[in-house]
Design a binder for this molecule. Structure first.
Ligand SMILES: *Cc1c(COP(=O)(O)O)cnc(C)c1O
Length: 222
């Protein structure tokens, strides 16, 4: 039988990622602490999240409502300062549950989802996900439709429309995609720029990310 991978040392991994984030910030000449780490805990058990909480991490990302609903209510009771971001494709029929569960939905990607979220938003805020590579199979509003959608969400949601998010095409240099997203956010005066994952968060920080979403570098492979 193959040996199972040893459990990752989540505390050490977090410390290493935080250090690399601060180094990337300093190299970019940006102010210390200006990038927030979202620890992506999808597919990982509640014990892994508890280990991250014990190491001082309070912001987590999940991509499925069902999974987040199974893991996070109990953790919130233990850690009232915990914040949950939903980062995955969201069905309209889950919008109400998503708003009740999360502090932020990073994957607002179409007008019908905005309609479904609007009556339930509560204290949740929103990022628009942009399909920066215009990939047909991928979630996100297209580049061509981005400006109109941003403007309509700004007038509908006001400051609850906090910023933009993207997942650039795999196997391509993410640089032009990150630069495009940061430029779009600046033009629309949106403060939150969520970009960069385990493989490319330092590049994203150089190009202006305010939030990086890091999973496997903290919790191990999925
Ligand atoms: C899974 C996921 C991440 C984290 O990816 P890693 O490569 O494990 O760091 C970030 N953003 C989104 C939208 C994801 O689905």
């Amino acid at each position: 039988m193959p040996e199972a991978d040893p459990p990752p040392n989540i505390g050490e991994n977090l410390a290493r990622v935080r250090e690399r984030i601060e180094t990337a910030i300093a190299r970019a000449g940006r102010p210390a602490g200006c990038v927030t780490l979202v620890a992506v805990s999808k597919t990982h058990p509640i014990e892994a999240i508890r280990a991250a909480l014990a190491a001082g991490q309070t912001i987590f990302g999940e991509n499925r409502v069902q999974e987040a609903a199974a893991k996070f209510p109990a953790l919130r009771t233990e850690h009232p300062d915990l914040r949950l971001h939903l980062i995955g494709g969201l069905q309209t029929n889950k919008a109400k549950q998503a708003c009740a569960l999360a502090n932020r939905i990073e994957s607002l990607d179409r007008p019908r989802l905005a309609d479904a979220i609007a009556p339930h938003l509560g204290g949740c805020d929103l990022l628009i996900e942009i399909n920066v590579g215009d990939e047909p199979q991928k979630a996100g509003i297209t580049r061509a439709e981005a400006d109109d959608f941003i403007l309509s969400c700004q007038s509908r949601f006001g400051p609850a429309l906090a910023g933009l998010m993207c997942v650039p095409p795999t196997g391509e240099d993410p640089t032009p995609h990150f630069a495009w997203l940061a430029d779009r956010a600046t033009r629309h005066r949106l403060g939150v720029i969520s970009m960069g994952m385990s493989a490319d968060y330092e590049t994203a920080i150089r190009l202006g990310a305010t939030h990086v979403r890091v999973g496997s570098a903290i919790f191990g492979t999925r």
